[in-house]
Structures are given as structure tokens and as C-alpha cells.
Design a protein around this ligand. Structure first.
Ligand code: GLP
Length: 243
């Protein structure tokens, strides 16, 4: 694993955006795996800035997102569909037909998960997967479990994740309790993985995930087994690691 230490959030965002833009420049018709959460917002902002300058072209890019809440319509401003449009898709020349997310409004979990998994395979897999890191070590919505979940599936969100997400909703009762997410195997099949982490509140989990034992109790720890992972983290997030 490559670890790139950034000064702060802005520096982390710029370094991560550099890696994504290198991918787009090297393979203009690449498949990008994208993530939501607050951490990648600065990365997307930077990509938009470079697009505006004429340095980046999303015309042939395809995207597949990691996850989506089950039961939230696209128009809900907390859906990941809404997030992606609001933070990236609406500001660059990406073809909306080439942007994919799980369909949170499909009530049949089995049907939706197999559709999404088959879609990713039909695209030839993900060239570069961007990830954030949850406080409990989750990636996508793969929560700590007894065993690593394999492919795209429906998850019951953990109380801690529901709590962490409640700031975005009117009340805790409005926070969805389930989500569709790529599985650990889906994520691990990406050719390259880029994980972005910022802030002191993530320092403990960064240490556990990347320097501790590989265990499904810390889902991100499996990334230690992937042949091409780059962690871009700021000094605060790396403050408990000896690097
Ligand atoms: C959510 C998302 C994850 C994300 C995580 C961390 O639960 N499903 O993909 O990585 O939150 O979010 P943040 O970057 O806001 O800390």
C-alpha cells in the first residue's frame, strides 16, 4: 500500500484529485468507482475546477457508485444520487447515462443487487475505486461483521452509522436503516483503489485498518491485501501511525 501524507484537508483533496485526473488522462473511457460522504467533497471540487480550466474531460468516463440508501427517492437531498449530481455530475461533461448508482427505490433487494453487480461486470470492472472510511472502519456500507460480505448486497446500517448520518436528516427516524452497497469482493476487484481520510477523529481507525490485523470487524483492513491501494490522508488522520 502506498501512503501519501497530506498537510490538511485541502492538500488531501488536491492529491486525490491528481490521482483521479491521471486515471482519466491515461484512459479517457475509464470506469471510476465513486464514493459519497463528506471526505471526497473537496476532491470533487478540485476535479470540477480542473474541468472548468479545460484540463479534464469526462466525456467518455463511466461511473459506478459504491452505495445508496434503500427507500430514499433520488429527489431526496440525502440520497447519494442527489449528492453525486450536486457535488460532481452536474458540473462536468459526464454523460448522465454513464453514471450508475444502486436504485434505492427498488424494493426487491435480491433483484437490485444482482442487477448492479452484473452491471459492474458488464462494464469490465472498475479501473479506479475511490473510497472514504467510516469511523468503525466501514467502506461503502460494509459494516463490521463476523465475515467479509462478498458482492453487492442490502445491509442493515449499524446504530453508530445511523447516529453519524442523523445530522443530515430532520430527525433520527428519517435516517434510512438499510442501504444497498457494493460488497467487499466487488470493491477488492477494482484494479486500483484510492482511499481518502481526513481529521483526527479518524486517526484511531486509520491505525487499526491499515496497521492492525485484517479482520471483518474492521472492513477496511481487507485493503491491506489489495495489490494497488493508495491511501491519501492528512497529518491529523495519520497522527497515530508512525509515518
Ligand atoms: C458513509 C458512506 C461511506 C463513507 C462514510 C464516511 O457511511 N456510505 O461511503 O465513506 O460515510 O463518511 P465521511 O467521509 O463523511 O466521514
Amino acid at each position: 500500500m502506498k501512503i501519501i501524507k497530506a498537510k490538511d484537508y485541502q492538500d488531501m483533496s488536491r492529491k486525490a484529485a491528481n490521482i483521479i485526473s491521471a486515471q482519466i488522462i491515461m484512459k479517457s473511457d475509464c470506469v471510476l468507482g465513486l464514493a459519497t460522504g463528506s471526505t471526497p467533497i473537496g476532491t470533487y471540487k478540485q476535479l470540477i475546477e480542473w474541468y472548468d480550466k479545460g484540463d479534464l474531460d469526462f466525456g467518455d468516463v463511466t461511473t459506478v457508485n459504491l452505495d445508496e440508501y434503500k427507500g430514499l427517492p433520488r429527489e431526496n437531498d440525502q440520497s447519494y444520487y442527489y449528492f453525486m449530481h450536486n457535488n460532481l455530475f452536474d458540473y462536468v461533461n459526464i454523460n448522465p447515462e454513464r453514471t450508475h448508482l444502486p436504485n434505492g427505490m427498488e424494493p426487491d433487494s435480491e433483484k437490485e443487487c444482482s442487477r448492479y453487480e452484473a452491471l459492474i461486470q458488464s462494464l469490465g470492472g472498475v479501473d479506479l475505486q475511490l473510497l472514504g472510511l467510516g469511523h468503525n472502519g466501514h467502506i461503502g456500507f460494509n459494516e463490521p461483521e463476523e465475515a467479509f460480505e462478498t458482492v453487492t448486497h442490502c445491509v442493515d446500517l449499524q446504530q453508530r452509522t445511523i447516529e453519524a448520518n442523523k445530522r443530515f436528516f430532520d430527525s433520527i427516524d428519517d435516517v434510512p436503516k438499510q442501504a444497498y452497497t457494493m460488497g467487499i469482493k466487488t470493491i477488492m476487484m477494482a484494479k486500483k483503489i484510492l482511499i481518502v481520510v481526513s481529521g483526527e477523529d479518524k486517526a484511531e481507525i486509520v491505525k487499526k485498518a491499515f496497521f492492525g490485523p485484517v479482520t471483518p470487524q474492521v472492513p477496511a483492513s481487507i485493503l491491506q491485501m489489495h495489490p494497488d491501494v493508495t491511501l491519501v490522508a492528512d497529518e491529523a488522520a495519520l497522527s497515530k501511525c508512525n509515518i
